[in-house]
Design a protein around this ligand. Structure first.
Ligand SMILES: O=C(O)[C@H]1O[C@H](OP(=O)(O)OP(=O)(O)OC[C@H]2O[C@@H](n3ccc(=O)[nH]c3=O)[C@H](O)[C@@H]2O)[C@H](O)[C@@H](O)[C@@H]1O
Length: 449
């Protein structure tokens, strides 16, 4: 590029100079003169054989520089977005990261690898010797520095995260060209239930358009990987039969977020039906733990309590406390790995289905709902600080009053069995939070209970 730019610049300058010389600056009268003058100049230029020779050399140089920079030009549109990928060094990093370290290890593309669940799953897969390539767009929905810290942590375990978007079809096609992925663990999404009111289009962009772009790439990949992805407990919406079972109604979402996750379940079904993709949808129930998401209540409650700031606790319209089936990250990771290990093969090749492939949906919850005031009191105990509580009626923002998972199916088919209760899980979270954000150093652990 260093060479091409001056050539292009010089030729542009030449053109500009010639035009300046050829055309007088006063408009109007020169029109005829202009054509005469141009004609004379044209004749002068090509009259001598030396000039013709120079022109030929110039054109050859121009063509050569254009051809030699074709690969760069083809990736320049990628660079025009915030992301960068491509090049030999990049391909080498992708290939090395994708190589399993154990015989018959999986080769997994983990989308959202710099996210909460994605980073934990990537690490767990690497620890048992699987090959992983991460993909993440490092967007600023919440503090990207936390995502970058997760990336550094993964990088120290030789996991490479591609900086790119699931909406980038060319990037996906490149990844599937250079790595024969056995599985895709699709965890990239626009998360958060209440943010959908503020920014609805971000949910369509990531959870619908991004999902379809990714499925198109998976469909065309050879070999065709099995597809395991993050649905959500929120698909149960207004369902009030507890505990929530996979056979219950999911056609009454309470938020746009939930609606996009429900749509994802239907969209993946069509790819299973038409293209033979092996599909496993995992309905996660309010996952929490170390390296968690700062937009979730347990996380920002902790921050506020440590800072002595008030927290807002929502209460149901009937005066009842809201409750969630909070599920600890390590249990979820075990569920994800079991889903990968038990996923049947996709049957398509070259985009054509060769036979029926599995389509599965599982609840991954804890089966012990905890109400929000109890969550807060556990945090208070572990933080040794009293929260300043501000209780208000639940706004109409997409929240549901409670969630409670029936995990019978996941237990039977995945061997899934959550083992961490909310007290033990929040204790681990608080320990991580203090070590990560360093509040202990500021003497915040003095009790005010
Ligand atoms: O399981 C799920 O499907 C979903 O779990 C969480 O959503 P949510 O359960 O709403 O988790 P939080 O946002 O952490 O809220 C937890 C509880 O705290 C309550 N809350 C939240 C915020 C607040 O300021 N006050 C408050 O009382 C909420 O009403 C809710 O009952 C995640 O944010 C979603 O991405 C995920 O898909």
């Amino acid at each position: 590029m260093e060479k091409a730019a001056p050539v292009a610049f010089a030729s542009a300058k030449m053109r500009a100079l010639k035009e300046d010389e050829l055309f007088p600056s006063t408009p109007g009268k020169f029109k005829i003169e202009r054509s005469h003058q141009f004609h004379r100049q044209y004749q002068r230029c090509f009259a001598s054989s030396t000039t013709i020779f120079l022109w030929v050399i110039f054109l050859i140089a121009l063509t050569a520089s254009f051809l030699s920079f074709q690969p760069f030009l083809s990736s320049s549109s990628r660079l025009s977005s915030a992301h960068s990928w491509g090049g030999l060094q990049w391909e080498r990093q992708v290939r090395v990261s994708a190589s399993p370290r154990r015989p018959s290890g999986l080769t997994v593309l983990v989308t959202g690898a710099a996210g909460f669940i994605g980073s934990h799953c990537s690490l767990a897969l690497r620890k048992r010797g699987d090959g992983i390539v991460g993909l993440d767009n490092f967007n600023s929905y919440y503090d990207p520095s936390l995502k970058k810290a997760r990336r550094s942590h993964l990088s120290s375990h030789s996991i490479f995260i591609v900086d790119g978007d699931i909406n980038d079809a060319r990037l996906l096609s490149k990844l599937f060209d250079i790595v024969p992925f056995s599985h895709v663990l699709h965890l990239a999404a626009q998360a958060g239930v209440r943010y959908a009111i503020e920014n609805p289009s971000s949910y369509i962009h990531s959870n619908i358009a991004g999902l379809v772009t990714l499925l198109e790439a998976v469909k065309s990949a050879d070999p065709q990987p099995a597809f395991i992805w993050a649905s959500s407990s929120s698909v149960y919406g207004l369902n009030d039969i507890v505990p929530f079972s996979e056979s219950h109604r999911t056609d009454r979402p309470a938020s746009l977020y939930a609606a996009t996750k429900k749509a994802g379940e239907e969209i993946t079904h069509t790819y299973n039906h038409i293209h033979g993709l092996s599909i496993t949808g995992l309905r996660f129930f309010t996952v929490y733990g170390p390296w968690g998401r700062p937009d979730m209540a347990y996380f920002f409650f902790t921050k506020a309590i440590l800072a002595g700031k008030p927290i807002t606790i929502y209460r149901g319209r009937d005066g009842l406390n809201l409750a969630r089936d909070f599920t600890y990250i390590d249990d979820i990771v075990r569920g994800c790995l079991a889903a990968l290990d038990t996923a049947g093969k996709s049957t398509g090749s070259g985009g054509k289905k060769r036979g029926a492939a599995p389509y599965r949906i599982f609840n991954l919850g804890n089966t012990s709902p905890v109400n929000v005031p109890t969550l807060v009191s556990i945090l208070e105990r572990h933080l040794k600080l009293k929260a300043k509580k501000h209780v208000i009626e639940m706004p109409s923002n997409g929240d549901v009053p409670f969630t409670h998972a029936n995990i019978t199916l996941a237990m039977a088919e995945l061997g899934y069995k959550p083992t961490t209760n909310i007290d033990a899980g929040l204790k681990k979270f608080v320990k991580w939070y203090i070590s990560y954000y360093g509040h202990a150093a500021r003497g915040i652990f003095k009790t005010n209970l």
